[in-house]
Design a binder for this molecule. Structure first.
Ligand code: SF4
Length: 474
């Protein structure tokens, strides 16, 4: 879409090229990504990773003031969602209903009910026949939060740059990529306005809408400012990311860009070993895993660097890369995510048994990097985590072989009330949460505090799953 030709009726969202006038330049009043007066752009990092220093991580640059600003809590409203006219998709084959993904794993830890809505309720399963909440859930499932939209725009830009670098061509300019990304985000904002929102409710998945606008009626100033800062900073840092130099040094055949969009691979049930739970042990189909890195390439690691990093010399060093556009996660989560990508690489059949697996987190928001060695122990731990989540999910099914769920009420509401503030399905849980909250107090940080009997707590929630047992390290 040409970012300069938005709907004239919405003159407020007209954009212009951001070239010589400055990448952040835009007309006043641009609601989606207009520069705020006095805003400070994210500084460009001069980040390098000399190979002579092995796999030393690149230190972050400080966040811009826009990213460090306090985030006031904003109340939600219940959006008016049409009760009829939202067409449900056909049921999924069981292997897809049970598929594992990194985001579903987090969802399962935070709130079983969210998994129910995303996977079953939004397809009319586990609800009374004709329940209008099924269609509502299907629509809400397709809302896009602004940070996610920014992340998708940055990932698309990163793919463009990588494709050019792999082909030995000049990547698109920063200004062109920023202009294009802002156009996409403005289009999304425009599509979320009341006069166009009916298109989203009638065909979610075809049309898009912003979660913040649907639930609050508008974007807050800090949300806009943060989106602007993250987008500009990530696109700048992308161009100076050391990984691009490493890719330039590779033969094109050693650089692999998994296809855009969701990618899955399969794990055989027996790959989980004897430690798998009883329900998974009875599962005979391959397990689907939705995961693939943003980039995979063969890293040219010199012998001295391998020795410095404690790695065997003279091997092929496969590296799976994940771009991050949000705030830094914890090391255990990064390691798990990269280890699942290593399973994807393993399943591709490309590496030989002697090859070494490396993982690289490239945090575009602050231009930092972190490296991980993804040995057999890490890959076994990833399999174990997938097995533990699947075992838990199977326990929430009434007919596991057909992936038919237990009723909605059996899926526990969020462990922490704060989770609901950013959940797409908040409109559907309002009454159940109100009932739960009348029996269970809520502390200031959103944690539940028993205010009635333990039985009342158990009736509305379930305990978070214990961490998966880690396999013994070799
Ligand atoms: S609104 Fe809260 S309880 Fe409902 S699905 Fe979302 S996180 Fe779970």
């Amino acid at each position: 879409m040409d970012p300069g030709t938005e709907d004239a009726d919405a003159g407020r969202i007209e954009t212009r090229a951001a070239g010589a006038a400055g990448a952040d330049a835009a007309p006043p009043g641009l609601p989606g990504l207009a520069p705020a007066p006095g805003s400070t752009p994210v500084t460009t990092a001069a980040a390098t990773l000399p190979l002579a220093e092995g796999l030393r991580p690149v230190a972050p640059v400080p966040d811009s003031p826009a990213l460090a600003a306090p985030r006031p809590a904003a109340p939600l409203r219940r959006p008016e969602i049409p009760a009829a006219g939202i067409k449900l998709p056909p049921p999924q084959p069981p292997e897809f209903a049970l598929a594992w993904s990194y985001s579903r794993s987090g969802q399962l830890r935070e709130c079983e009910r969210a998994v129910f809505w995303a996977t079953f309720g939004s397809r009319g399963l586990g609800l009374p026949t004709g329940d209008p909440d099924a269609g509502r859930a299907w629509a809400l499932r397709h809302l896009t939060a602004l940070p996610l939209a920014v992340g998708i725009a940055v990932h698309n830009a990163a793919r463009q740059v990588l494709e050019a670098v792999r082909a030995g061509a000049e990547p698109p300019s920063y200004e062109a990529q920023l202009r294009s990304a802002r156009g996409t985000l403005n289009h999304l904002w425009r599509a979320s306005q009341p006069d166009l929102l009916g298109r989203f409710w009638s065909m979610p998945g075809v049309h898009a809408a912003l979660r913040e606008v649907v639930y609050r009626g508008e974007l807050r100033a800090w949300e806009i400012e943060q989106a602007r800062a993250v987008l500009a900073g990530c696109l700048r840092h992308l161009r100076s990311a050391p990984v691009l130099d490493d890719v330039r040094g590779c033969a094109a055949s050693d650089v692999w860009l998994p296809e855009a969009g969701p990618v899955h691979f399969r794990l055989a049930p027996q790959s989980f070993g004897p430690g798998a739970g009883p329900r998974l042990a009875a599962w005979t189909r391959p397990l689907t895993v939705w995961a693939a890195p943003d980039l995979c390439y063969v890293h040219q690691l010199r012998a001295a660097d391998a020795a410095a990093a404690g790695l065997p010399e003279g091997r092929r060093y496969w590296c799976v890369v994940d771009w991050k556009t949000g705030a830094r996660g914890c090391e255990a989560d990064e390691r798990l995510q990269l280890s699942v990508y290593a399973l994807w690489l393993e399943a591709s059949g490309r590496p030989s048994t002697d090859d070494v697996y490396l993982g690289r987190i490239v945090a575009l928001r602050d231009a930092s990097e972190r490296w991980y060695v993804l040995g057999p122990d890490e890959r076994a731990a990833a399999r174990h985590a997938i097995a533990a989540d699947t075992e838990r999910l199977l326990g929430l099914l009434a007919v596991p072989s057909h992936a038919f769920p237990r009723p909605k009420a059996d899926w526990a509401l969020a462990v922490r009330r704060g989770t609901c503030a950013t959940c797409n399905y908040a409109a559907l849980c309002h009454d159940d949460l109100a009932t739960r909250d009348s029996a269970v107090g809520t502390s200031e940080d959103g944690a539940r505090v028993p205010a009635a009997s333990d039985a009342a707590v158990r009736a509305t929630t379930s305990s978070p799953s214990p961490p998966p047992p880690h396999p013994p390290r070799a």
